[in-house]
Design a protein around this ligand. Structure first.
Ligand SMILES: Nc1ncnc2c1ncn2[C@@H]1O[C@H](COP(=O)(O)OP(=O)(O)OP(=O)(O)O)[C@@H](O)[C@H]1O
Ligand SMILES: [Mg+2]
Length: 256
């Protein structure tokens, strides 16, 4: 299959983007696929979550040209995660330099997609992009790079604001920037159905994005313990509801 680029984004912080990237990536490899995670967030959380050292690989990827020797150097930034067919290009604070350069030199909106072309078509099934909780040059180009976009949304932010943000993001991408990818879905995270407002706002979200709201991931302490143990939910607690829910999400992604 052609390499699919999946971007996980939401400008809100702490809505489960990194958790979703890590568990989706590992889940896909457990189905025999190969996946490269790229951490475009200067916080560098993907590395810790997978038990890898946080480093400036993403900055090199974003800043270096497309020539042969630069490509070779960028490929050397790929780290093994000690999991079969799962690799990472980690990020760290140096990604802020790339953000500044991309913003000030006004790189084309296609820039990140172009930098990723060196990885595609070599038998790699998925590239997953984790993004920072902000808007800026990297975020916009990471969205544009996506064949498929996943928007995790914490149940607390589900309501009108969340819907408005997501709608604005999609309109901008499709109408103003000529984005060719599609929305895979909005993923409600940290969901608690006993809280009536959360169930009500899930209904609002379904009305705003018919057929695009994925089955929610419930709030679960076991998920929040995963990063500290450098384990995915499929390693830490495979029998948990959280593993089952992320497992269903993985199967949904495999349908595309
Ligand atoms: N379903 C869940 N239940 C409980 N805790 C969760 C759940 N999903 C994520 N968490 C925890 O919530 C915190 C925020 O999640 P995460 O880091 O994935 O969000 P993020 O959107 O990537 O944040 P940031 O915007 O800072 O990058 C983490 O401590 C994570 O372990
Ligand atoms: Mg994150």
């Amino acid at each position: 299959m052609a390499t699919k680029i999946i971007t996980i984004a939401n400008q809100k912080g702490g809505v489960g983007k990194t958790t979703t990237v890590i568990n989706l990536a590992h889940g896909l490899t457990l189905h025999g696929k190969s996946a490269l995670v790229i951490d475009l967030d200067p916080q560098g959380h993907c590395a810790r979550s997978l038990g890898v050292k946080s480093e400036g690989g993403a900055n090199y990827l974003l800043s270096m040209g497309l020539g042969q020797s630069e490509t070779q150097f960028v490929k050397q930034q790929i780290r093994n995660t000690n999991r079969k067919n799962l690799w990472l290009i980690p990020g760290d604070v140096s990604t802020n330099h790339a953000q500044t350069t991309i913003n000030s030199a006004n790189y084309p909106v296609s820039w990140i997609r172009e930098t990723l072309e060196r990885f595609t078509g070599n038998g790699l099934d998925y590239i997953l992009l984790d993004t920072a909780p902000s808007v800026g040059g990297i975020q916009e180009r990471a969205l544009w790079a996506a064949d498929l976009l996943v928007i995790p949304t914490s149940a607390e932010f589900l309501g009108t604001d969340g819907v408005r943000n997501i709608s604005q993001m999609l309109v901008k991408l499709q109408k103003n920037l000529g984005w060719q990818g599609s929305l895979l879905g909005v993923l409600p995270t940290m969901f608690m159905e006993r809280i009536r407002e959360q169930s009500a706002s899930l209904t609002d979200l379904e009305q705003a994005f018919p057929g695009k709201v994925l089955a929610p991931i419930h709030r679960a302490a076991t998920l929040s313990e995963c990063p500290g143990m450098a384990q995915t939910i499929f390693e830490k607690d495979p029998a948990s509801r959280a593993a089952e829910e992320y497992g269903m999400f993985v199967k949904e992604v495999l349908r595309y």
